[in-house]
Design a protein around this ligand. Structure first.
Ligand code: C5P
Length: 227
């Protein structure tokens, strides 16, 4: 069986959301957003550790796990960093994932990724080194500068990219070492793997696998859940 570590970056402040509570702790149905990602991660075959970087002052996650009776020694809470890249880099240092075959990185704020998607990403990542969920873009996409269009991108070449993103452990660790050495930041993990020269396989993503960034995302995901 493929041994797996899952990193759930959760050290964001959620400032784009407004309000005081980071978006991963907002209630979705009767459960905080992050617990959906925690529960599905623990349910995947072969998972040895779920590493969750949170901000240094965060005591909420620990309390939420207790309150919801989630008591599993595979959960490892670590300190996150100022950027998502730093949070994942800290998580990668956890000894609990030092010997796994595949590491998945999944946004704590994507509660609706299916188990099937996790499994497809794990298998493709094990086979090919790096795999990510991609969905086609239905809107026309343009490059804009100072509120004027600079160019129109050929839509058929565009994919929107989701998590979980999966990597053979050594591929991700090399990519992060390379990123830190060259001061590269990216908005996802695959971009750091690409920068290190490793091919990244696209697997069909899921339209319901929304990243909760704004209040309207939360309302939309709530409506999907209630169906
Ligand atoms: O900011 P963004 O929406 O890209 O955040 C995606 C995920 O990365 C969220 O789950 C957030 O908590 C996490 N993050 C982090 N450390 C940071 C910033 C964001 O773990 N410094």
């Amino acid at each position: 069986m493929i041994s797996i570590g899952i990193i759930l970056p959760a050290a964001g402040s959620g400032i784009r959301f407004g309000g005081h509570l980071p978006k991963q702790y907002m209630l979705l149905g009767n459960k905080p957003v992050i617990l959906y990602a925690v529960e599905i991660s623990l349910s995947i075959d072969g998972v040895q550790s779920v590493v969750i970087p949170v901000s240094p002052t965060d005591t909420t996650l620990q309390a939420l796990l207790k309150h919801n009776n989630i008591d599993d020694d595979r959960i490892n809470i670590v300190t996150g960093g100022n950027t998502r890249r730093d949070s994942v880099a800290n998580a990668l240092m956890s000894s609990s994932i030092a010997d796994v075959d595949v590491i998945l990185v999944h946004d704590a704020v994507r509660p609706l990724a299916s188990k099937r998607l996790f499994e497809q990403i794990i298998n493709a990542a094990y086979r090919e080194g790096a795999a990510i969920p991609c969905v086609e873009e239905s809107d026309t996409t343009k490059i804009v500068s100072n509120d004027f269009v600079v160019d129109t991108i050929n839509r058929s070449e565009i994919r929107r990219v989701q998590t979980p993103q999966g990597f053979r452990r050594e591929v991700l660790v090399n990519a992060y070492n390379n990123a830190v050495r060259h001061s590269l930041t990216g908005t996802d993990d695959a971009s750091l793997v690409e920068a290190a020269g490793h091919p990244v396989r696209c697997i069909p993503g899921e339209h319901a696998n929304i990243k909760i960034t704004t209040n309207s995302d939360l309302i939309y995901v709530e409506s999907l859940l209630s169906k």
